[in-house]
Design a protein around this ligand. Structure first.
Ligand SMILES: Cc1cc2nc3c(=O)[nH]c(=O)nc-3n(C[C@H](O)[C@H](O)[C@H](O)COP(=O)(O)OP(=O)(O)OC[C@H]3O[C@@H](n4cnc5c(N)ncnc54)[C@H](O)[C@@H]3O)c2cc1C
Ligand code: SF4
Length: 465
């Protein structure tokens, strides 16, 4: 261990930008065993592992790095899987530069962090190919049944935990495939879909039931679902696109509509709005408005669809954008242009469609300490564009019909035990936190599952008295 002095930071090989910008395959190849082991051996084995504190799942990172460096891969995998039901997924899509890796002391001391996510991905892929990923087999079967609304990472993580405890578990989802944003939001070049389906199949094989194409609130009422189960967990995510506060044209497309269509095409589905060009960037001048990770996914998808040009318009500068810096680098390499410190004023359709924009500068910090963007006078300009995509974040859909208490932001209000205002109804993931990260959804899904179990045991004790 502690080989950081002689060995530099390294990632698995990144495919050349020209090659990867023409397909939807993941951009990194697999780590080769030797490289993964050397990278893991760079770990300083800190007595106080900041990486672990900065991982929402509190993964035992130094332990599985040491085991990987020692060639004890199965044990390394088991240590990683003990706290994370989908390590290969987090290894791929966690923004490590804002989580575990930013906290690595090697990063702080300018040696470059251990590439923790890449090692996590490597050892879990090794586990899949070596057959170390265990089937879900509860030690006892319980008669009680738990319903979960939403098959995203929060719902899937909760389902695994509850099924392992022996509960009968049914997940309801309005989509035709399970996985939530892992399937329909995050593009294939970040997370190939067979990896998600493999996890879903494992749950199915372990006895979890899925009722897909079932929109709770439309296909079936929340009360009806509730009456079928002893407890219910709501993990429905947030899907209402934040609007552009400017006059727009009807041709403007919300990010998720564009990304869902692209993911469906990748999965072999027919999408009428892709075929008729509405959600297809091919040969078009694309402007994406926003500076978060969803905007990065849109620009990189548009580039791969064969857009004539792709510009990302964002009102702050590069340093102050909310998205991951690594994603910006990938996008730039793939040919995307960034127009920093620029804000849209309106979108024009018709024969010469364009985004009218103005230049911005960063002013005084607001209450949160973030510098407020201000308009630069007489700086108006136009960007010709025949496909404008807005990626300005998400709000919860209106849940008032469910009769549950909500917060000011419209998310579901829960107490520290993930209980909503209705007895036996719990909630977790983005529908509680607001738009967040997969790793947080997994963490909350697992914790909420434990809370459901505690509640069930309390109910059983009370009934027995
Ligand atoms: C484009 C995009 C890219 C992202 N990229 C990343 C990334 O790279 N890394 C990262 O960590 N995070 C990323 N995120 C965020 C991450 O995907 C979410 O934080 C995470 O998926 C939330 O998990 P969840 O289970 O709470 O909700 P979701 O994944 O949204 O799943 C909710 C599920 O509930 C279902 N549902 C909703 N309402 C109903 C209903 N009424 N009845 C039945 N089913 C219903 C939905 O169909 C969906 O399947 C991204 C988000 C987006 C939009
Ligand atoms: S789950 Fe995410 S934050 Fe935690 S160690 Fe893995 S990559 Fe880092």
């Amino acid at each position: 261990m502690q080989r950081f002095v002689g060995e530099t930071q390294a990632w698995p090989e990144k495919r050349p930008a020209g090659e990867r910008a023409r397909d939807f395959l993941e951009i990194h190849r697999e780590f080769i065993a030797e490289k993964a082991s050397i990278q893991a051996a760079r770990c300083a084995q800190c007595g106080v592992p900041f990486c672990q504190f900065h991982c929402p799942l509190q993964n035992n990172i130094p332990d599985w790095l040491k085991l990987t460096a020692d060639g004890r891969l199965e044990e390394a995998y088991r240590a990683a899987a003990a706290t994370n039901p989908m390590p290969e997924i987090c290894g791929r899509i966690c923004p490590q530069d804002r989580l575990c890796e930013v906290a690595c002391v090697l990063e702080q001391s300018k040696h470059g962090a251990v590439t923790i996510g890449a090692v996590e991905r490597y050892l879990t892929e090794a586990a899949w190919s070596e057959g170390w990923v265990d089937a879900i087999s509860p030690r006892l079967e319980r008669a009680e049944s738990i319903g979960i609304v939403g098959a995203g990472p929060a719902g899937l993580a909760a389902a695994e935990r509850l099924r392992q405890r022996g509960y009968r578990v049914t997940i309801y989802d309005r989509h035709d495939r399970a996985g939530g944003l892992l399937i329909y939001g995050i593009p294939n070049f970040k997370l190939e879909k067979h990896l998600v389906m493999r996890r879903v199949e494992r749950l199915r094989a372990g006895g979890v039931s899925f009722e897909l194409n079932c929109n709770v609130g439309e296909t079936i009422s929340l009360n009806e679902v509730r009456s079928r189960h002893d407890a219910l967990l709501i993990a429905t995510g947030v899907y209402k696109a934040k609007p552009l506060n400017a006059p727009t044209h009807r041709s403007v497309v919300p990010a998720l509509e564009f990304l869902i269509a692209a993911n469906r095409i990748g999965l072999g589905d027919e999408v009428a709005d892709f075929a008729n060009g509405r959600l297809n960037a091919k040969d078009r001048r694309v402007v994406v408005i926003g500076g978060g990770d969803t905007a990065m996914d849109c620009v990189r998808t548009a580039q791969r669809q064969g857009a004539e040009s792709v510009i990302c318009l964002y009102r702050r500068d590069r340093t102050n954008m909310p998205g991951s810096q690594r994603e910006v680098v990938h996008a730039e390499e793939e040919g995307v242009t960034f127009d920093w410190l620029a804000a849209p004023k309106s979108v024009r359709g018709g024969k010469s469609p364009a985004v009218k924009a103005v230049r911005m500068r960063l002013g005084a910090p607001d209450a949160s300490g973030r510098q407020t963007p201000e308009e630069v006078q007489d700086s108006a300009y136009e960007l010709s564009s025949d496909l404008v995509i807005t990626a300005l974040g998400f709000d919860p859909e209106n849940l008032s019909a469910w009769g549950l208490e909500t917060t000011r932001e419209g998310t579901l209000a829960v107490n520290r035990r993930f209980e909503t205002s209705l007895s036996g109804v719990f909630a977790a993931g983005d529908i509680v936190r607001g738009a967040s990260l997969v790793v947080w959804a997994i963490k909350e899904g697992r914790d909420a599952a434990d809370a459901v179990h505690d509640w069930m045991r309390t109910q059983a004790r009370m009934a027995a008295q």
